[in-house]
Design a protein around this ligand. Structure first.
Ligand SMILES: [Zn+2]
Length: 249
């Protein structure tokens, strides 16, 4: 069956001599792989339309039993130009794409992949609109953890329910009060760290402008959320250290 779908490119890998495999997030089919044959040749008609972190329209042969298809043609719908020109933004979207790719098995949970589609599109748009990359990344990671049911508890001490919190414990899954932190050998965090961590975990990408007004940096929160992914989802995010190293306000 000849099919057409709109999708967001999460990843591109070289395949054989001159082809590439695209990992594409779609609304209709979840996460699919499209083989773009000879796409690395100068003469390929698809060459300019298969850039990661862009939104495109793809024509391919759909077969129910498969998750990998041969791409016929593609054209870009949304390039997100600034996202690709800005180092902070492009490194942040790489982290988001890596985490989403890891969480989504091929043609897996439809509800999850359609949520990821919306979230990825929102994150690309926010970065392209020049919202701060540390904030966009932190809010998106918090959302991804939340959807997986492993989001940090930021309302009270996770161990005793005390609302007077003093520390963030990745191992325990959120805030701790001073007593529980002492009991668990967790060092205390200052008020601004606690506040930033709570705000990010409560926020949506639509709140970027407000967060930017109230927060000097979301990098500490990003680092904690990446550690949540490692400890609670067994995911070590390979692209994060580069973001951490290169990010500049
Ligand atoms: Zn406690």
């Amino acid at each position: 069956m000849n099919d057409k779908t709109v999708g967001l490119i999460l990843k591109e890998q070289d395949y054989r001599e001159s082809s590439v495999i695209l990992t594409v997030l779609t609304k209709e089919y979840g996460k699919i792989s499209l083989v773009a044959q000879s796409a690395r040749k100068m003469t390929s008609k698809n060459r300019g339309s298969i850039l990661p972190y862009t939104k495109g329209e793809f024509f391919f042969d759909f077969k129910e039993t498969r998750t990998m298809f041969r791409l016929k043609t593609a054209h870009t719908i949304e390039m997100y130009r600034y996202l690709h020109e800005d180092l902070n933004a492009s490194l942040a979207i790489a982290v988001i794409a890596e985490v989403m790719d890891a969480f989504l098995l091929e043609s897996a949970d439809f509800e999850l992949s359609s949520h990821f589609y919306e979230l990825f599109e929102e994150a690309c748009t926010a970065l392209n609109e020049r919202h701060r990359a540390d904030i966009v990344l932190a809010v998106t990671l918090a959302d991804l953890l939340d959807v997986q049911g492993i989001g940090p508890d930021v309302d009270e001490c996770v161990l005793c329910g005390n609302t007077n919190v003093a520390a963030i414990s990745v191992r325990d899954g959120g805030f701790l009060c001073a007593d529980c932190a002492a009991g668990h050998g967790v060092s205390l965090n200052d008020l601004s760290s606690l506040r930033a961590f709570r705000l990010i975990n409560k926020a949506k990408l639509a709140h970027c402008s407000i967060l930017e007004e109230h927060m000097d940096s979301a990098m500490e929160t990003c680092t904690l959320l990446v550690e949540f992914l490692r400890q609670h989802a067994g995911l070590s995010v390979r692209s994060f250290p580069l973001f951490q190293q290169m990010f500049q306000v």
